[in-house]
Every structure is written in C-alpha cells, then in structure tokens.
Design a protein. Structure first.
Length: 201
C-alpha cells in the first residue's frame, strides 16, 4: 500500500484510493457518464434555478424574491469557497497519491480543497429548496451526485466535496432566507416596466 503523503491523505486517502479503484473496474460507459455529469452537470442547476424563478412568478412576492436571489447566492458561495481553496493550497489527490483516475489529473497548483463543483451545486440546491420544494426533489440529489462524481473521477478527496457541500449550503442558506426581506421591492416592481420579471402576467 502506498504510504500517506500529506495531512490530507491521512484523512481519507484510503477511501479515495478505494473509490478510484472501483471506478477502474466498472464498465467504461458508466465512467463516461459520470465524467460527463461531473464536467457539465452544473448546467442542470442553472436550468433548475431558471425554472424555480419562472414558477415563482405566479406566487407571492416572498417566493419571487428568494428565486431571484438564487444566482447571487451561488456566486457568493463560489467566491467564499474559492478563497478557502487559495488559502489552503491542497494538492489534488491524483497528484499526491498518483492513482489511475477516470479524469485526467489537473496540474500542480490547481488546488483541491474545497470542491468548487460541490459548493456551487449545494448553494443552488439550497436556494431551490427554499424556493420550490418540487424542484428541490431533483436539485438536492443532483448536488449529492455531483459531489460524489468528483471523487469517482479522481479529482477530489471525499473531504474536499463534503466541505464544499457544507460551504455552499452555509453561504446560500442565510442569503436566500434574507432575500425574503426584499418582498416589498418585488411588489413595487410589479407596477414598473420590470413587471415580467416578477409576475406571470
């Protein structure tokens, strides 16, 4: 067994190695599907946020305000997570452990902790959860699958994605809840040229 090479690998390096080993023995079509989801799945969250806004236009001003807050909340979560990433400087596990991975290993200096993908997915899922429970039934599992896929393809340790999920949720939740205070602004916008943004008709 390869010796643990850093404090990061001592946390869950063995689990990471086991997961990437399992990935090497699964059908190529499954690995390809996970890789495509991992690389491009964030687009689903953009569509879900758009759908949440569209559906909210027929509802009360509080719901519309939370829907409109979703994209800024995601951007804020990404910014906070990326600050942590540049502060910690954790190398990718595929660089440290030199395992064979589904995805090509990012270069040195492309930091691993926390996962931006996981943070973005969690932030979007939380914002959608607070806006539209029906869409959240898709968004929340999708966020968990996004996090898991980043480990499966080999670009993150499990703790990278867990903390990424936590950061995304922790930033998005108070911002989205706080957006409810903007409901009076939504009411005023319904009497302006921006009415289509906040009303169904």
């Amino acid at each position: 067994m390869m010796p643990l090479a850093s404090p990061a690998t001592s946390l869950d390096g063995d689990l990471y190695t086991w997961i990437t080993g399992v990935a090497q023995h699964t059908p190529a079509v499954l690995d390809s599907a996970v890789r495509v989801w991992s690389d491009f799945g964030l687009g689903l969250f953009a569509l879900l946020m758009l759908a949440a806004w569209w559906r909210s236009r027929a509802g009360d001003p509080v719901r519309i305000a939370t829907a409109l807050c979703a994209p800024p909340a995601v951007v804020a979560a990404y910014a906070v997570n990326d600050l942590l990433k540049t502060a910690v400087h954790e190398q990718r596990p595929c660089q440290t452990l030199h395992t064979v991975t589904v995805e090509a290993c990012p270069p040195l200096g492309d930091w691993s902790f926390p996962s931006n993908h996981a943070a973005i997915a969690a932030a979007a899922a939380v914002a959608i959860l607070l806006t539209d429970r029906r869409l959240a039934a898709l968004a929340v599992p999708a966020a968990l699958l996004m996090a898991a896929s980043r480990v499966w393809i080999g670009v993150h340790y499990p703790h990278d994605v867990l903390i990424g999920l936590a950061v995304g949720a922790a930033v998005s939740w108070p911002l989205t809840v706080g957006a409810r205070r903007c409901a009076p602004v939504v009411v005023r916008l319904r009497d302006s040229r921006l009415r289509p943004l906040v009303a169904a008709r």
